[in-house]
Design a binder for this molecule. Sequence first.
Ligand code: NAD
Length: 249
Amino acid sequence: MIDQAVSALAGKKRILVFTGAGISTESGIPDFRGPQGIWKQFDPADYTYDRYVDDPGFREESWGKRFRSPYLGASPNDAHRAVTRLWDAGRLVGCVTQNVDGLHAAAGLDPEGLVELHGTANQIHCISCGDRPEFDEIEQRWESGEADPSCRRCEGILKTTIVYFGEDLPVDATTRAWNMAQRADAVLVVGSSLCVYPAAFVPLDVVDRGNPMVIVNRGKTDHDFRATALVDGTAGEILPELADRLIDS
Ligand code: NAD
């Protein structure tokens, strides 16, 4: 299976890597739709932007979940590091991730090569004036009793940059993701069920222009039928070998 993936990507110098929650399960963060998936514990309908803006109680609950999250201390795994190695070896046009865990950045991926399309849980902004206070500063204010800290500059509502349901994708990240897709000569999907839109349009755009798509995923995705090569397996095992063989090819 890896042989087919290596053949599909051999010689490609502008590979777009597109990652989803599955690349981080080996770092201890559950995916959305697997058996231990987050949606087994939370109701997606609760996580809307309008509710966040309208309901101070919901914001307090959200800050509590954020600062008490068991995932705050998660570390990148071998799959994240393999993506960084591919970038450092000059084989990638970039990596577009749907993940909000910050683990590609923690694995040393150059910010130039990384687009966090759904935002990140480690950055905070004011939804009114756009100010970006330090995460640690807001955590300290929360620890010292501010259950729903507001913007010090304009008194507006603070929020992590995670994109909630009903919220537009960040313009800058969307533009950069499309630019990468337009320049890519192949796409490598890792740990995504490819069923969340508009994010899934990014890898599909690369395929629509006649380029190969390799999917490394445990189980099926919605677009297996469009893949040039499918590797049904664990990202932390497959990606290091795939990266080694591509860097040598
Ligand atoms: P998804 O849950 O829909 O799909 C994840 C896929 O990865 C599944 O098919 C699963 O079988 C597979 N998988 C799980 N562990 C794997 C492993 N070790 N190796 C290979 N494959 C593995 O996730 P998605 O496609 O990213 O889309 C859902 C949304 O999930 C995204 O919008 C993202 O923002 C959000 N999300 C992010 C995180 C995170 O930041 N880590 C966690 C949960 C959900």
